[in-house]
Design a protein around this ligand. Structure first.
Ligand code: BGC
Length: 795
């Protein structure tokens, strides 16, 4: 340090004090040293009244605050002050003290970095005849401390503990304890104060300590020795460092089970560590709410309090501490002693001290205590409305949504998960629990939970009669009011035909996410190799092509008749072509019968096909996925399937790609049939909502069916969108073909097994299965369905 600059570390305390105490901040002292005119001094003027300040670190806003307040006080008096920082290093602290000694100060104000390590520096200062004022933190284990200006640190801890107590209800509340640096005497005082208040509440069961075995071991002791506190602090110390606090909180939450979380209470020792710890707890999905303490009223923490991210702080008005320190220095410089209101034992002597009052601050008083008091300016904060903290909406209560879907393969499997994950990030209080089930397993499991009256919140549905049965049994939630909210915004986003599939008597119990149709998917390469140049448009052409394919040594059709609905689709399409809309509705509405000629004829047409032996070996024992895999592996020329076929056959194919030259054609027409060639049969996929589904579950379904998600779903090839705007994602030519073919249908028939009441679905599927197995005649099939219908409908 140059001689000239050393001058600026010398503070004319009398003058400064006079200016501060008189409040005459504007006056310019005539004796103030001016840099340009300051005389060169070879020795510090011993007679001059001077003081130096040493603070622990610039890395914490708390000490920048103190620097600012010291600067403000000195500047108000017209003086520069050089305040030295030790940057967390006791050696640097000692060097700072030594430089102040050599500059001739008479009083040194030290806030020690390490309470015990600072003793040596204090001893040196004392030996040089300098008075040592311990500032905020007590220098320990030396007699060389003359005075201690501090806040009431035990009271700080008590306020923190009391705040947690006042905000806890019931018993078993998880309590996480954190402490300051073990090298800081204050850390012990804070902890001592907090323990005094919290310990009885641990004993009575209000709190359960979650992150310190030492604290648990001592939880029956109302008063702890310093060694006992050391043991606990050793486990929960933040070392006053943000990163240490963060890492410790993360480690604690990793070790804790979900049951150790929920609504938690956190004793955080100061603001800097509180922010770090709060961020970690806020990010844990099992933490539903937290109450966290702090101290120092640091600006970033005041913002956190306004924002509801930190619960409280303790305001220690540093302006008071600074003026107390200056007043004490003046007293020494005047040859008197500063006022003593108490003593603190530092391990060697009882140090005379003056503790200052502290106050707890949370959202309810932050404006009065921190802003109106002039401690921080309102303009430094955001989120204050009309000079007050606006009432925060209560944190959203945690909600779990159970979702069952049947997309067991990618792209659906991953995309649904991604969408759920994204939703959870945007709605931290919502947990979406996904259960993925294979189609048949889903139907079985759903039946079981429906019988138990506990449907999942959201589940796969095909709408129609099956859904109607569930709704009639009171097992579904009527979501019409959600569809109609905001002028029907959600309702109007859907294609109305698709939405109607999920309505019973005008009330919706679900919504579609995909709508398509069943048709013949074919392998263009195989067709070409067999010499078939055009897709068949009539049943006769179709049978001829089957024969051609057989003759070429190819399996014409892949089928998975273990899942009987796959083969039922061929029969029901034939019935659609032969009976037309009127014929089917007559039978379904019981003005006609399933024994009407057209249904018998459908069986006969199917028998013609079966007689050609068109299916792969073992088709009776193959399930739907295996059917898709056989086709996807290029082993069969065709399969009758819906819009999901391209994604499922490729997922099931050994190479994960499936049929490269894939085509689609409509079910052939039948000469003389009552139905038109454009009539389409099929359906789509939707979400039904269980009777106890929460508004969050409905909101999640709204999210899943929003145009952006629909476009993603379409782009992934999962299905055909049902919401306006979703079609932007639909680029696959085959899917576009399905969509366009569907658009031409004047009569659209939902799959028979979903359209009819659930009991009818299995009756139809099982009856038709008899044809494939060769155990029933077309007449018997028609009769079995009719008998079943009479039982189900009672007519
Ligand atoms: C002070 C606190 C501060 C902590 C970390 C303690 O000694 O009293 O105000 O937050 O040190 O620097």
């Amino acid at each position: 340090m140059s001689k000239k600059s050393s001058l600026y570390t010398i503070i004319s305390i009398f003058f400064i004090a006079a200016m501060i105490l008189s409040g005459c901040a504007q006056a310019t002292p005539t004796t103030a040293p001016q840099e340009t005119t300051a005389p060169e001094v070879t020795q510090p003027p011993a007679a001059k009244l001077s003081v130096g300040v040493v603070l622990p670190t610039k890395d914490e806003p708390r000490w920048i605050q103190d620097e600012t307040r010291f600067n403000d006080a000195f500047t108000a008096a017209g003086y520069d002050v050089q305040i030295l920082f030790s940057q967390g290093d006791s050696a640097k602290e000692k060097a700072n003290v030594e430089s102040l000694i050599s500059s001739g100060v008479q009083v040194i104000i030290i806030c020690p970095q390490d309470a015990t390590a600072a003793a040596a520096a204090a001893d040196e200062a004392h030996a040089a005849g300098i008075k040592v004022i311990s500032y905020d933190r007590l220098i320990r284990d030396t007699a060389s401390v003359d005075y201690y200006v501090t806040f009431d640190s035990i009271q700080v801890g008590k306020l923190q503990g009391q705040y947690l107590v006042d905000h806890a209800t019931g018993t078993g509340n998880p309590l996480y304890l954190y402490a300051g640096a073990a090298t800081d005497n204050n850390a012990f005082l804070f902890f001592q104060g907090a323990w005094e208040v919290l310990q009885p509440k641990v004993v009575d069961g209000t709190f359960v300590i979650k992150n310190s075995s030492q604290a648990v071991a001592l939880q029956d002791k109302a008063t702890l020795t310093r060694d006992e506190m050391s043991n606990i602090i050793g486990q929960i110390t933040t070392d006053w460092k943000f990163d240490v606090a963060k890492n410790l909180a993360e480690a604690n939450l990793t070790a804790a089970t979900a049951a150790d979380k929920g609504d938690v209470f956190i004793l955080a020792p100061n603001d800097g560590t509180a922010r770090s710890i709060a961020d970690v707890f806020a990010a844990d999905k099992d933490v539903t709410s937290y109450v966290i303490t702090g101290q120092d009223a640091e600006e970033p923490s005041i913002q956190y309090i306004i924002d509801g991210k930190q619960t409280m702080t303790v305001l220690k008005d540093v302006r008071t501490l600074v003026s107390d320190a200056i007043a004490a220095a003046i007293a020494y410089l005047q040859g008197s002693t500063p006022p003593e209101t108490t003593t603190y034992n530092n391990g060697v002597v009882d140090v005379p001290a003056k503790p200052s009052a502290v106050i707890a601050v949370d959202q309810s008083n932050v404006v009065a205590a921190v802003i109106d008091s002039g401690y921080w300016p309102a303009g430094d904060f955001t989120g204050l409305v009309g000079g007050a903290v606006p009432t925060q909406p209560p944190p959203a209560a945690p909600v779990t949504v159970e979702w069952w879907h049947i997309s067991t393969q990618d792209p659906g499997l991953s995309l649904w998960q991604t969408m759920a994950d994204e939703y959870m990030v945007a709605h931290p209080n919502v947990t979406i629990n996904i259960t993925v089930l294979e189609n048949e397993a889903f139907k079985t499991k759903l039946t079981t939970v429906m019988q138990g009256g506990t449907p999942p919140d959201i589940f796969q549905s095909w709408g129609g009669g099956v859904m109607n049965d569930q709704a009639n049994a009171g097992l579904l939630l009527d979501i019409s009011s959600y569809l109609d909210a905001d002028g029907g915004a959600w309702r109007n986003s859907f294609g109305q035909g698709a939405l109607a599939v999920y309505a019973l008597e005008g009330e919706n119990y679900g919504v579609p996410w995909d709508m398509g149709m069943v048709g013949w998917w074919y392998n263009k390469d195989i067709f070409t190799q067999a010499g078939i140049t055009q897709v068949p448009t009539t049943w006769d052409e179709f049978l001829a092509d089957v024969s051609t394919l057989k003759a070429a040594g190819v399996t014409p059709i892949s089928l998975g008749e273990k899942d009987t609905w796959t083969g039922m689709h061929i029969w029901s399409y034939l019935a659609t072509r032969l009976c037309g809309q009127e014929g089917f509705l007559a039978a379904a509405n019981r003005t006609g019968a399933f024994t009407d000629d057209c249904f018998v004829e459908a069986g006969q047409k199917l028998q013609e096909l079966i007689a050609l032996d068109p299916f792969q070996p073992g088709f009776l024992g193959a399930n739907h996925d295996e059917m898709q895999g056989y086709f996807g592996n290029g082993k069969a020329a065709m399969e009758l399937s819906g819009q999901w076929a391209p994604s499922v056959e490729s997922a099931q194919a050994a190479d994960g790609v499936g049929v490269v030259n894939l085509g689609f054609f409509s079910f052939p027409s039948i000469a003389g049939g009552a139905g038109k060639a454009t009539d389409a049969m099929g359906g789509g996929n939707g979400f039904a909502l269980g009777k106890d589904a929460s508004p969050e579950a409905v909101d999640f379904v709204m999210y899943l069916t929003a145009p952006e998600q629909q476009a993603r779903m379409a782009a992934a090839g999962m299905g055909i969108p049902v919401v306006k705007g979703g079609e932007t994602g639909l680029t696959d030519p085959n899917m576009l073909l399905v969509q366009q073919t569907l658009a031409k249908a004047e009569y659209f028939q939902l799959y028979y097994d979903q359209y009819m009441p659930s009991a009818m679905g299995s009756i139809i599927n099982e009856a038709v299965a008899g044809l494939y197995a060769g155990t029933s005649t077309p007449d018997q099939v028609a009769q079995a369905i009719e008998t079943g219908a009479q039982q189900v409908f009672g007519k």
